[in-house]
Design a protein around this ligand. Structure first.
Ligand code: SF4
Ligand code: SF4
Length: 752
C-alpha cells in the first residue's frame, strides 16, 4: 500500500477535544500522501470530499479517524465499493469522548492519544491488502435431515423461498413421533382446548410440493465439502449422491428410557405407563388398565418423570407439562367420569398456555397439585407417596393408573466423542510409544459404545457430527446465534436443538430454513455468515513454512481445517468464520487475512509512541475483543464514562486470535502492561467463537514463565472477562490495572 490518505473528522466533539493540527502533523510525519479534516465526514459532503481526495491524489488506502467502526457502517462502506482499502480508528469513542473533561488529563494527553491512533492506523493500513472475494459455485439446495414438525416446516419454508429441498428421513415415512399424537396443545386463541394435529396436513403439503424431494428409509453415508458445496452420499433405497448448499438437522428427540424410572413404579406394574403409551390409548378411544382391562376410576399423571432430576435429565424437557394438560382434556372428552390428578414439581405452562392450564383445571374431576413423589407402591393397589405437597406432608394418593410425563433426549450423535474414539484407535495402533498405545487402547475401549451414533457422517477432522453440549444438544452461542452450530452451514432445529414443544419446533424449523437460505446467499457472494457477516476476507496459509504442528487444525472451533497425512492443514474456506484463532495459534505466524494479520497488529504496536518518562506518561495496551468488550467500551464512552489517558486500544477479532508475539513486542518496547479484555468462557461461555477467550487464557499460562525469565512481573499481562452489558465496569477495569502497574513501577525495559 503506497499512497495513503488520512481523513480526520472534527465533528461529535473531536475538534474541541484534540489539537487537530498536531494530529495532522503526526500523519504527515508518518509519510501519508494526503490529509483532510472535515466537520462531518459521514455526511454526504464529507464522503464526497474523501472521494475527491482519493481520485485527485491516486490514493490506494485511506484511514478514517472519526467514530467507531460500528457506527455509520453503510456510509463509510460506500467508499470501498471500488476496492479501495480502508481502516477506521475511533478517535471519537476511544479518545475524545472518554478523555475530555477528565481530571489530571490535559489537552496534550488527549492529542497524544489521537496521534497514536493515527500512527497505529496508518501502520495497520500499510500492511493491508485489497480483498479478493471468493466466487464459489453454490448449490441452491437445502437438505433437511429429519421429518418431524421442525423438519417439515423447514422443508416447506425453504421451498417457499424458491430453493429445492431434499428431505432425508431414516424411517419409512415422514411425520416423526408427533404424527402418532391425537392432537396438540392450542396454538390459536382462545388457547383453552387441544387443537387438531397439524402433522398430517404438513406431510401432505410436503408430498405435494414439487421442489421437495422426500427420501425415506435413507441415511447419510458421508458429507464432504463445505457450505454452498456440500457433497452428500446417501444409502437406503435412494443410493444417491448430491450437492447441497446448506443443511438443517431436525432429527428430533426420543422419550427418556423409561427402564430408568423404576422409582416411579415403571416396570413394577403394567398400570404404570409412559405418556406415549397413554397416547396410544387416547388415540384408540379406549382407556383401560393394562393389568386387567378395567376402566380406571382415577388416573394420576406424574410430571418431570426423569426431567429436572440430578440422577436422570437435569434439564426441563419443556413440553411435558402442557402435553399432560392436553392428555387430561382428551381423556375428559372420552370419559368425563374418570378423575385425574396431576402431580408436579411446579407446572410450567408459560405465556398463553396459562389459559390452557386454567381451562383444564376447570374440568370436572381434575386435581392439580404440587408435590415431590417419594415413592410408588405397586403391590396390588397403586399408591403414590407425596412429600411437601399442597395436600399436606407425607400424603398418599391411591390411583388405578399412573402416567409418567417422560422427559426428552435429543437424537444427536455423540460428535466429538466419536472423533476421540477414532483418534484413540489410530494412536493405539500407530503410536511409537508403547505407553501411548496402551492408554489409547484403554480410552478407545471406554468410548466404544459411542460408535454407531453418527448421523451426519461429516468427513471433518474434528468429528463426524455436530459438537454437542453436556446433554448432547448441539453446541451453539445461544444468546446471539440461536440456530448456529459449530459447523458452518449446518443449522439445528426442533427438539434436537433444545427441549421445546410442538409450536416452538415449527417456528424453529422455519428459523433454521431462513438461516440455511441466508447461508447459501451469502456464500454465493463469498461472504462470511456470522458473526463477521459480510466479511469477504479469508485466511491465507503460507504453507511452505508450515511445520505440521497441528495447532491450527486442533484449535479451530469450527472444523474448518482438515489435515493431510503429514499433518499439513487443508483449508475449507467456506466453513471459516474468520475468527483468527488459527492465526493466534500458529507458532510460525504464517496465517493471515488481507485486513488482519500478526504482522499488521505488531506494526500497530511498534507505531505507538512510548515515552521514557514513566511518571508522566505510562502506557497500557488494551487488546479488546470486537464482539463484546469493544462494544462495551464504546457504550461506556457514549454514556459519558471516563478513564485514564494511558490506554491504547487495538480491537481484535477474538482474544483467541491474539498471538503471543504481540505481548513480547509491547513489553520489549517499554509498554508498562497489556490488558486483554474478552468474552466469558467456561460452561456458560459467551465467546462468539466458542473457545477463543479460553484459548487466550491457556496461552497466557505459558507467557508468565517467559516474562519471569525476562525479569518482568507476569502481572503485567492480565486477562479480563467482560460481557456487553457490563460497560459500567470499563473505567474501573482500566483504572485498576493502571494502579496495579503503578505499584509495580515502570517496565524496566523502557527506553532500551
Ligand atoms: S479463522 Fe477461525 S474458523 Fe477460520 S480457519 Fe482459522 S480458526 Fe478456523
Ligand atoms: S499452526 Fe501453523 S505451523 Fe502449525 S500446522 Fe498450522 S499452519 Fe502449520
Amino acid at each position: 500500500m503506497d499512497k495513503l490518505g488520512v481523513f480526520l473528522c472534527t465533528g461529535c466533539g473531536i475538534g474541541e477535544a484534540v489539537d487537530v493540527d498536531a494530529v495532522i502533523e503526526a500523519a504527515d510525519e508518518h509519510g501519508c500522501s494526503s490529509t483532510l479534516t472535515h466537520e462531518c465526514l459521514c455526511a454526504a459532503e464529507g464522503l464526497e470530499a474523501i472521494k475527491t481526495s482519493v481520485s485527485e491524489n491516486g490514493l490506494d488506502g485511506i484511514l478514517v479517524a472519526a467514530c467507531s467502526e460500528r457506527a455509520k457502517t453503510k456510509e463509510f462502506a460506500s467508499l470501498t465499493e471500488d476496492g479501495l482499502v480502508m481502516f477506521r480508528t475511533a478517535v471519537r469513542d476511544h479518545c475524545a469522548w472518554p478523555l475530555a473533561g477528565v481530571e489530571d488529563c490535559d489537552a496534550e494527553d488527549i492529542t497524544m492519544l489521537a496521534q497514536d491512533q493515527v500512527r497505529m492506523g496508518l501502520a495497520r493500513l500499510e500492511g493491508m491488502k485489497p480483498f479478493d472475494p471468493l466466487q464459489p459455485e453454490v448449490s441452491d439446495t437445502v437438505m433437511v435431515v429429519g421429518s418431524g414438525r421442525a423438519g417439515l416446516e423447514a422443508a416447506i419454508a425453504a421451498a417457499g423461498m424458491g430453493h429445492s429441498v431434499v428431505l432425508v428421513e431414516s424411517s419409512d415415512d415422514i411425520g416423526g413421533l408427533l404424527a402418532a399424537q391425537k392432537s396438540i396443545p392450542p396454538e390459536e386463541p382462545p388457547y383453552d382446548a387441544p387443537q387438531v394435529n397439524p402433522i398430517p396436513a404438513l406431510v401432505e403439503k410436503v408430498k405435494a410440493t414439487d421442489q421437495i424431494k422426500v427420501l425415506t428409509s435413507t441415511n447419510i453415508v458421508k458429507i464432504d465439502g463445505q457450505p454452498g458445496e456440500f457433497s452428500v452420499e446417501l444409502n437406503g433405497s435412494s443410493g444417491l449422491q448430491m450437492k447441497v448448499g446448506a443443511i438443517v438437522q431436525a432429527t428430533g428427540a426420543v422419550p427418556y428410557d423409561s427402564a430408568n424410572l423404576g422409582h416411579l413404579g415403571y416396570g413394577a406394574s403394567p398400570d404404570v405407563v409412559t405418556a406415549q403409551e397413554f397416547e396410544t390409548m387416547l388415540t384408540s378411544g379406549s382407556v383401560t388398565c393394562p393389568s386387567d382391562g378395567r376402566t380406571p376410576k382415577r388416573i394420576s399423571f406424574i410430571q418431570c418423570a426423569g426431567s429436572r432430576d440430578p440422577e436422570h435429565l437435569v434439564y426441563c424437557s419443556s413440553e411435558c407439562c402442557v402435553n399432560t394438560l392436553r392428555q387430561v382434556q382428551e381423556l375428559n372428552a372420552i370419559d368425563g367420569s374418570i378423575e385425574t390428578a396431576i402431580i408436579h414439581k411446579d407446572m410450567r405452562a408459560a405465556g398463553l398456555m396459562e389459559h390452557f392450564y386454567l381451562a383444564t383445571q376447570e374440568k370436572t374431576g381434575v386435581m392439580i397439585t404440587r408435590g415431590d413423589v417419594s415413592g410408588v407402591q405397586a403391590n396390588g393397589k397403586l399408591s403414590i407417596q407425596l412429600e411437601n405437597s399442597l395436600l399436606g406432608d407425607n400424603v398418599a394418593i391411591d390411583t388405578d393408573l399412573i402416567v409418567l410425563a417422560v422427559g426428552m433426549v435429543p437424537v444427536a450423535a455423540d460428535g466429538e466423542l466419536i472423533r476421540e474414539l477414532h483418534d484413540s484407535r489410530h494412536q493405539a495402533e500407530h503410536s511409537d510409544s508403547s505407553q501411548v498405545r496402551a492408554t489409547s487402547a484403554a480410552r478407545a475401549e471406554a468410548l466404544a459404545h459411542h460408535e454407531g451414533t453418527e448421523i451426519l457422517n461429516l468427513t471433518y477432522r474434528q468429528g463426524p457430527d455436530l459438537p454437542a453440549l453436556k446433554y448432547n444438544f448441539p453446541d451453539s452461542h445461544f444468546i446471539c446465534f440461536p440456530y448456529e452450530t459449530r459447523r458452518t452451514g449446518i443449522y439445528a432445529a426442533g427438539t434436537v436443538h433444545a427441549p421445546m414443544e410442538s409450536a416452538q419446533a415449527g417456528e424453529d424449523g422455519f428459523g433454521a430454513a431462513l438461516k440455511a437460505v441466508q447461508c447459501i446467499e451469502m456464500t454465493k457472494r463469498g461472504e462470511a455468515v456470522h458473526p463477521r457477516a459480510g466479511d469477504v476476507g479469508y485466511p491465507d496459509f503460507f504453507l511452505q513454512r508450515c511445520t505440521q504442528c497441528k495447532r491450527c487444525t486442533e484449535e479451530c472451533p469450527f472444523g474448518t481445517l482438515n489435515e493431510d497425512e503429514k499433518g499439513t492443514p487443508e483449508l475449507f474456506t467456506l466453513r471459516c468464520r474468520r475468527c483468527g484463532i488459527c492465526m493466534g495459534a500458529c507458532p510460525e505466524r504464517i496465517i493471515s487475512f488481507p485486513d488482519y494479520s500478526v504482522h499488521q497488529v505488531a506494526e500497530m504496536i511498534k507505531a505507538m509512541e512510548v515515552p521514557e518518562d514513566y511518571e508522566e506518561k505510562p502506557r497500557i495496551l488494551a487488546l479488546m475483543c470486537e464482539n463484546d468488550a469493544l462494544p462495551a467500551l464504546e457504550n461506556a464512552a457514549a454514556h459519558g464514562e471516563k478513564w485514564n489517558p494511558w490506554v491504547r486500544i487495538i480491537p481484535v477479532r477474538c482474544l483467541g486470535s491474539m498471538n503471543i508475539i504481540w505481548l513480547a513486542e509491547s513489553l520489549s518496547r517499554g509498554v508498562d502492561g497489556v490488558i486483554l479484555i474478552g468474552c466469558k468462557y467456561g460452561d456458560d461461555y459467551q465467546c462468539h467463537y466458542v473457545r477463543g477467550s479460553e484459548l487466550a487464557n491457556t496461552r497466557l499460562d505459558n507467557v508468565g514463565e517467559t516474562l519471569e525469565r525476562l525479569a518482568l512481573e507476569s502481572e503485567r499481562v492480565k486477562l479480563v472477562e467482560l460481557s456487553h452489558d457490563e460497560f459500567g465496569r470499563i473505567p474501573k477495569i482500566l483504572d485498576e490495572f493502571a494502579e496495579e502497574l503503578d505499584e509495580m513501577g515502570p517496565n524496566p525495559l523502557k527506553g532500551f
